[in-house]
Design a protein around this ligand. Structure first.
Ligand code: ZN
Ligand code: ZN
Length: 362
């Protein structure tokens, strides 16, 4: 069976607890995940024994090629096809993605079904949330291969560009060299705008890149990723040009120890909060607890931030097959910061590291 058929069947197995007999999928990444269709417009209508991809004339041929497990219905901007499918499949309770459907679109669904004469008028529309996202937290073999490729591209781009960084380069110049390298390696795009934070800017986890020139001895946080066939990588390394100061060595060693501790000790069955605390405890012990202000990690896949969430207060358990980042950091206002981020996948209960970009040896 194709990976897509397995995904559809996993999705159908959730219908009973959702209390629906069909789902309308509108989210771009969920549509891609559940069908293979990469176009940017269209709806999936999935019942226990039917799978229809409804899209407009721009996409019907592409949809036929990319989503062979679906019947392709050609639609226009009007929603008259919805009551048609509801009548055809005898649907009483139709789930929709409440994280994605706008109030306006929901009103249009309601209007389209209320006007219908073929049994859709008494349809119940059921809001659902996070269901494909929960399935997407687990990566199948096809997905792991694409994710590994996007990670390899970022690793390679970082490794090449990091050798070229010189005093006086601006953050923007370094970010551009990374973008070029990522594209030259075969990525379709960056997975997010590259962060290059030098000196005091390295203390700002959400700094992007600017015209500041890199100086000797200061920390430079580079957070970057590639997108390959939809799959996003996410990699952070902290580098220094010239001799780092003593503070850098202490902070870097603490972050690296925290990261390696989490990678070595995270296990399937731990909650997101327990995993987060593996690294956090090392940083707190070193006296930098207040300077680690974000969570330890997040899932990566069709989106650069997705389930599972590895953060304090997350009670969801990590399980085999989940791929996520481990990215502790320490940020000291006015001085700089250090963050180190790898992607891991849980296999046989333990983390296998998927990123291989070099780290500084202090
Ligand atoms: Zn990152
Ligand atoms: Zn990240």
């Amino acid at each position: 069976m194709s990976a897509v058929v397995d995904r559809i069947n996993n999705y159908r197995s959730k219908f009973e607890e959702l209390g629906v007999d069909a789902m309308l999928v509108t989210d771009d990444e969920n549509r891609r995940y559940l069908s293979g269709f990469v176009g940017t417009a269209g709806y999936l209508f999935i019942t226990q024994d039917g799978a229809v991809l409804a899209t407009d004339s721009r996409y019907t041929e592409q949809a036929g090629n990319q989503a062979p497990d679906y019947r392709i219905d050609r639609i226009t901007g009007r929603l008259d096809w919805i009551p048609g499918l509801i009548g055809e499949f005898g649907i009483k309770r139709l789930g929709f993605e409440s994280d994605n459907v706008t109030v306006q679109l929901l009103d249009r669904f309601k209007a389209a079904t209320a006007e219908s004469e073929n049994g859709a008028a008494d349809l119940e529309l059921i809001p659902t949330s996070g269901v494909p996202l929960g399935l997407r937290a687990f990566k199948d073999a096809d997905e792991l291969a694409l994710l590994q490729r996007s990670i390899d591209i970022a690793d390679h781009a970082f490794t090449e560009v990091s050798k070229t960084i010189a005093i006086g380069d601006t953050e923007d110049e370094i970010a551009w060299r990374i973008e070029v390298a990522v594209r030259e390696q075969g990525a379709e795009s960056l997975s997010f705008p590259t962060i290059v934070g030098s000196g005091p800017n390295a203390a700002l986890p959400h700094h992007r890149a600017g015209d500041r020139k890199v100086q000797a001895g200061e920390s430079i946080v580079i957070d970057m990723g590639a997108r390959y066939e939809g799959y996003c990588s996410d990699l952070t390394r902290t580098v220094v040009v010239g001799e780092p100061d003593n503070q850098f060595k202490k902070v870097y060693d603490t972050v690296l120890a925290a990261q390696l501790t989490a990678i070595e000790s995270v296990e399937a069955g731990m909650t997101g909060a327990e995993a987060d605390n593996l690294a956090r405890a090392v940083i707190v012990e070193a006296g930098y607890g207040e300077e680690f202000g974000h969570s330890l990690g997040h899932g990566v896949g069709l989106e650069v931030h997705e389930a599972p969430w590895v953060a304090s207060r997350v009670e969801t358990k990590l399980e085999d097959g989940m791929a996520f980042t481990i990215e502790p950091g320490i940020y000291i206002s006015g001085w700089g910061g250090v963050r180190i981020e790898d992607v891991v996948v849980l296999e046989n209960g333990r983390a296998r590291v998927m990123s291989h970009a070099p780290k500084i040896e202090t």
